[in-house]
Each structure stands twice: as C-alpha cells, then as structure tokens.
Write a protein that binds this ligand. Structure first.
Ligand code: BGC
Length: 267
C-alpha cells in the first residue's frame, strides 16, 4: 500500500494509459479521481470506477475538459471537498489530431496544444496551490505533493505528420522541468513519464493489423508493444516515496524506442 491515504487526480482516466494509472494507484491505497472529458465518456469512467471498487479500492468520477480553466478549478474544489486535499496529480489527458504539416489547420493545432499542454499547465497550477498551502504531512508522504506529467517519446523524437502533438510533448518537458525547479525547495516533486508505443485506442492504427504491428516492432528493440500497466506501475513508483529523490526527471518507458534502433546495424 505505497499510496495509502493519498488522494490522486488522474486526468483522462476513462480509458487507455490513464485508466491503468487510476487502477494501479487505487490498488496501492490511493483515493482516485477518475476524470473524463465529455458526457459520452461517462460510461467508460463508470466502468473504471466499478473495476476499482470491486477490487476493494476507492474513487470518484469527475467530468472536466482540462483545457477549460473554470472546469479545472471546479475539479480541484470538488476533490478537496470530497477527500480533503490532493496529494498526487497525474497530468495524463492527451489527444492526437494528426495532419500533414502543410494542411494542418489552426483548429487542429490549437486542439492539441489546448488539451496536451495548456491542460497540464492549468491542472499543475491548481495542484501546486494546494501542495503549498498544505505543506508536508509526515505520515502521508515525504513530499508536499507529486505531479506526474504524461509526456511521450515524442518529447525527443521528431514526428512527421504530428507537429502539433510533438510540439505539445516538447513543451511538457520544459513545463515539467521548470516547475520542478521552482518548487523543489517546498518539497514538491514533478516528473514525467515518456511512454513509447502503448497498446491503447490512441494508436490503434499502429497495432490493429499484423502488418502495422510488425512495422511498429521494427521501432521497438524490446520487440513487444507496451501495455497500459507498464505505465501504471511506473506512475505508482514515481508517486510513491520510493522515488523521493527523483525530481525533474523524464522516465522513458518505451522498450528502447529512444535507443535509435536503426543504428544497431548501421552508421
Ligand atoms: C503516441 C502514440 C505512438 C507512440 C510512439 C505516443 O506518444 O500517442 O500514438 O504510437 O507515441 O510513437
């Protein structure tokens, strides 16, 4: 029970990586807020909550579009009313709206930056305010609070056809490092997880046929696609006191995707 008595908000946890992070954190004793963006994703969030309560965990659902300031503030207010505080923020909500660069519309650009980057700013700001006003509660955690930013291997790997997404992830890296530097002295830890290809709905095209999966595996030295639990377990570690001396770090969980696999037999 590495996260016992801690309260975690996990944005975008009605599916994919966020869902697994919520389940893994709840299994370690955290009370989790399962955030989902729109009414139509409420049944998915409910299914995540049901899986958590059936396993003996505790949680609650909250609808909020993380790109909307008033909704983010409302989510933190709701959480504090319900559970008293927030100890952990997992800035996970993210979207892809892919397009060749020359035809990418401003709408496509803004949609991704708004959710992936501005959403992380808005949630981190509310979390930091709460961490600073509460400070360290020694029987809960060594830290006043922990933020985990869900980035991507694409914070370092350029990605043609995904300029908006790769730019948002590059931005997350500097946002994460800057707030880690700004608040380390007040016992706040901020780190990123950089997933590689994880089998979720966001990249279905890359794994749903044998041909696509075979091609994807040429990019992954460890020769398997990642599973959401690979990230869920990493998130538990980064949120727990086991990683208390880790601050401002990017943890790549990618089966070696960032090892430039093309250079194994070339160059
Ligand atoms: C993207 C996936 C992609 C993976 C590896 C992730 O950040 O969301 O669509 O498969 O990076 O390229």
């Amino acid at each position: 029970m590495k996260l016992k008595n801690q309260v975690a908000i996990i944005t975008g946890s009605s599916s994919g990586i966020g869902k697994s992070v919520a389940q893994c954190m709840a299994a370690e004793g955290a009370k989790v807020i399962i955030n989902y963006p729109f009414e139509k994703t409420a049944p998915d969030a409910q299914a995540v909550l049901d899986s958590i309560t059936q396993a003996g965990g505790e949680g609650s659902m909250f609808q909020c579009d993380v790109s909307q300031e008033d909704q983010v503030i409302a989510m933190f207010e709701h959480t504090k009313k319900l559970y008293g505080t927030v100890d952990i923020l997992v800035n996970n909500a993210g979207i892809q709206v892919d397009s060749a660069f020359e035809t990418m519309s401003l709408k496509q650009w803004n949609a991704v930056i708004d959710v992936n980057l501005t959403g992380q700013f808005l949630c981190a700001r509310e979390a930091i305010k709460e961490f600073l006003s509460r400070g360290v509660v020694s029987d809960t955690s060594c830290a006043a609070g922990k933020i985990i930013c869900m980035s991507s291997v694409h914070q370092v790997i350029p990605w043609a056809g995904h300029a908006n997404y790769a730019s948002s992830k590059g931005g997350i890296d500097m946002l994460m490092q800057t707030i880690a530097q700004e608040f380390a002295g007040r016992k706040v830890r901020v780190n990123s997880i950089c997933p590689g290809a994880i089998q979720t709905p966001i990249n279905k095209d890359a794994w749903s046929t044998k041909e696509a999966l075979d091609e994807l595996l040429t990019l992954i030295p460890y020769k398997r696609i990642g599973q959401p639990e690979d990230i869920g377990k990493a998130a538990v570690w980064l949120a727990s006191d086991d990683s208390d001396y880790v601050n401002g770090a990017s943890l790549f969980v990618d089966g070696g995707m960032t090892l430039f696999p093309g250079f194994r037999t070339n160059g």
